[in-house]
Design a protein around this ligand. Sequence first.
Ligand SMILES: O=C[C@H](O)[C@H](O)COP(=O)(O)O
Ligand SMILES: C=C(OP(=O)(O)O)C(=O)O
Length: 392
Amino acid sequence: MNPVNIDAPENDTYINGRRTPDPASSSINTEQVRPPMSESSFTNMLPPDSGEHTFTPLIEPAKLKQEMPISGIAEQTVLEGRDEIKNILLKTDPRLLVVVGPCSIHDEKAALAYAEKLRRLKTDVSGTLCIVMRAYFEKPRTNIGWKGLLNDPCLNGSCDMSEGLRRARQLLLDISEMGLPVATEMLDPSTPAYLSDLVSWTAIGARTTESQTHREMASGLPMPVGFKNSTDGSLSAALNAIKAASMPQSFPGVSPYGRTCIVRTAGNPWGHVVLRGGKQPNYHTEDLEVARRELKEKGLADILMIDCSHGNSRKDYRKQANVLKDVLAQRTRGNSAIIGLMLESNLHAGNQPLSGDLSELKYGVSITDACISWDETQDLLLYADRVLRTKG
Ligand SMILES: O=C[C@H](O)[C@H](O)COP(=O)(O)O
Ligand SMILES: C=C(OP(=O)(O)O)C(=O)O
């Protein structure tokens, strides 16, 4: 837990537990700053070889929201999006939920251009599909790599998370004001306090579904939450997560005013599984039968969402179309558990490495997982709409 003293001026930095006043606002020589008792105790707790740790306070969630308040239109989009998704989960709305968009957002201009195209398409297919845009700002990495706009918005390792939070919130406001509801992955437990009021659907990823911390976080989220199956393909962690997150939980967390405190949540009844494949894809008929049996054995609702990317496409974006078509066919043949799909899509197909020279980055191309292009996305969603209209 971050030991930062919330009463300290916002721009002070902590080095090995010692407060260092913001040089811009103070002429005190940092060598002369004697840490108060609690801070020196913390310093003593660090192992002698721990190197240099620094602690830079972030803006309080309540302050960020005050600076960048949700507008009436944005709030309406978010709440309507949540209600539509809940009705799909209850099966009172027969449409298919489609969470579609970039693997990660690194360029807001491209994200808004994508959102504008999706907004127009959403209207055309609204009779059969409930479209929600992926706006992912936090990337869980298998080992190392860029961890998303929130962590490193300047893409250069400077990790200016204050800027990342502002830019993520601004983009969420802009997309919601266009009337397009948004989905994201919540990775760091401190993120929801800054952004959750602008999100209609949340994923807990394959690498964190088994984590108690993430289940606790999900139990307090105000929107439906999809739990991915584990990276090896097993489902049990996701099923246990749905149960854990549906219950009231008590855990240490951070208040809207940035203070560590005991959080008590009410439980989130809207948890469901997202099948994303693992060592093998898990979207075929027999996989869905197994998943439905496991849901039943656990006493959970007969609800499945299928991620066409990740393990289900064997990380080959060109296979996402096959997955979508196969799952649609299963649904039109009568598999009533299938309530939604996920696609990783960007303005342009494929992906590109994040190298040192940012001027080399191609516009509208993912810097994390490879995505299908906008043109292919549009064709696929129009295809899904046709299939669902004719075959139900
Ligand atoms: O969707 C994103 C990635 O699959 C996930 O962040 C893991 O990526 P990595 O294996 O490239 O680290
Ligand atoms: C990281 C993601 O998925 P998963 O957790 O399934 O790997 C993602 O959807 O961006």
